[in-house]
Design a protein around this ligand. Structure first.
Ligand code: UDX
Length: 442
């Protein structure tokens, strides 16, 4: 394939690594830059720091083809590129505000090191107005150096989901380009064109609206989930069933079915952090976002719904009881444990005197570094978890947990009871097996 565009991607986390790899797969030459030397050395050997379907084979293939270069040398990368993507993390600070230290540090370095004109694209989720700050930082550095290179700052938020990140990048619902510069817009359109056959998927807007679109999208999805969790909690007290209600609500074409699943709370690196950051953005300009505050509060509470059901069944003191836990990651398809409901549920069981035996297809090694060591046992097979346990808790709906051998569960658990945080099973089927079944919203 012919090399088309030379690109620098700064940051090799979820967004950077997936973005860089997908651009390289189109035949572009991509410099993936990170300050973490160990990570870069591992990537050169084909060791991927995260689990993400299809990513490893694409990285290896394109590294062998020399379409991807892994490096810690930002200067060389920028020298060889005309476009650079900022893809570093913007974690929540203690007060919920997005921490932009890494983004601003990179802007400074770009200003210090660029030696020709450059398009600087922010893919990291950044609060409204960050693009302008990046512009000022780069301008100042160029001025201090006494050089006059042209540059444009563009917002191009990333909407990929963990677990389907490669697919999402290669088939985006939309590509938002926040810029008023025709040349920068044209280059980004050219770059994305192979992944966006239908050009109507490009949405061009001003940079601030592009920055806000990312937060508003995540906040809307988080709101739908918290809304359904709230409905689920009302269902539990009124005798309605949230599973049925979801069908009744989602069938309205104006609403749709997706992101209406009640559960034991949303986790991950984006929803919790972005809802908090958007609240902070509002507060910083004198506006208190009331809905968003409740979205966040409902989600915190929702992580306790399962433990409350456990205590209602067994009593507050769980001493001597052992709980089988299926799934640890915040959702299926990833090993990511950030803000995972499993952390809250397991810690609460331990606090109440119980112990835990667990299995997750991908995140057990990571969990060992996050969960308490005492009274948490890890096993390597789904059904092994059940031995000597009093009850089963489903926390993450991996495929292999979706249609288990209920007969075996009924026979192996000491008192056959399942607490389902993801509403995966059929109440009638479980009752036939003599299993007491607790789920969300019924
Ligand atoms: C999210 C956004 O979807 C993505 O566009 C953005 O770029 C990053 O944040 P991600 O965090 O990878 O992606 O996961 P997602 O699939 O959106 O799920 C987030 C959380 O919501 C998970 O904990 C999931 O279990 C939960 N969820 C999702 C529900 O509880 N109910 C639902 O109906 C959907």
């Amino acid at each position: 394939m012919v090399v088309k565009i030379n690109i620098t991607v700064i940051g090799t986390g979820y967004v950077g690594l997936v973005t860089g790899t997908c651009f390289s797969d189109l035949g572009n030459r991509v410099y993936c830059v990170d300050i973490d030397e160990n990570k870069i050395n591992a990537l050169k050997k084909g060791i991927i720091p995260i689990y993400e379907p299809d990513l490893e084979k694409l990285v290896v293939k394109n590294y062998e083809k020399e379409n991807i270069i892994f490096t810690t040398e930002l200067e060389i990368s920028l020298t060889n590129s005309n476009i650079c993507f900022i893809c570093v993390g913007t974690p929540a600070s203690d007060d919920g505000e997005a921490d932009l230290t890494a983004v601003f540090e990179i802007a400074k370095n770009i200003g210090k090191l660029m030696n020709h004109d450059m398009i600087v694209v922010t893919k990291s989720t950044v609060p409204v107005g960050t693009g302008d700050k990046i512009k000022s930082i780069i301008s100042k550095e160029l001025k201090d150096r006494g050089v006059e290179y042209g540059f444009e700052v563009v917002s191009n938020p990333e909407f990929l989901k963990e677990g389907t990140a490669v697919k999402d990048s290669m088939r985006p619902d939309r590509v938002i380009i926040g810029s008023d510069n025709d040349k920068a817009i044209a280059i980004l359109k050219e770059l994305y064109a192979p992944y966006v056959k239908n050009h109507e998927r490009f949405i061009i807007m001003d940079i601030k609206s592009a920055e806000m679109s990312k937060y508003a999208s995540n906040a809307m999805l988080a709101t739908r989930i918290s809304f359904m969790n709230e409905i689920a909690n009302i269902c539990e007290k009124t005798g309605a069933d949230v599973n049925q209600v979801r069908l009744g609500v989602g069938s309205d074409a104006r609403i749709g079915y997706s992101f209406l699943y009640a559960g034991c709370g949303y986790g991950g690196s984006c929803f919790p952090k972005d809802v908090k950051a958007l609240i902070k953005t509002g507060e910083n300009v004198g506006y208190t976002p009331k809905i968003l505050k409740e979205v966040e509060r409902i989600n915190q509470n929702q992580k306790y719904v399962i433990i409350n059901k456990i205590k209602k069944h067994f009593g507050d003191d769980l001493t001597g009881l052992k709980f089988a836990v299926w799934g640890l990651s915040f959702k299926p398809g990833t090993d990511d444990m950030r803000e995972a409901p499993s952390i809250v549920i397991i810690n609460e069981i331990l606090k109440a005197g119980g112990s835990v035996k667990t299995y997750d297809p991908k995140s057990m090694e990571l969990s060992k570094t996050i969960l308490p060591k005492d009274n948490v046992e890890y096993v390597s097979k789904r059904d092994q978890v059940l031995d000597n346990c009093d009850a089963l808790i489903l926390v993450t709906e991996w495929n292999e947990f979706k249609s288990p051998d209920f007969n075996k569960i009924a026979k192996t658990l000491k008192s056959p009871v399942i607490f389902d945080g993801r509403n995966q099973y059929d109440d009638e089927v479980l009752s036939k097996f003599g299993i007491k079944y607790y789920r969300i919203g019924r």
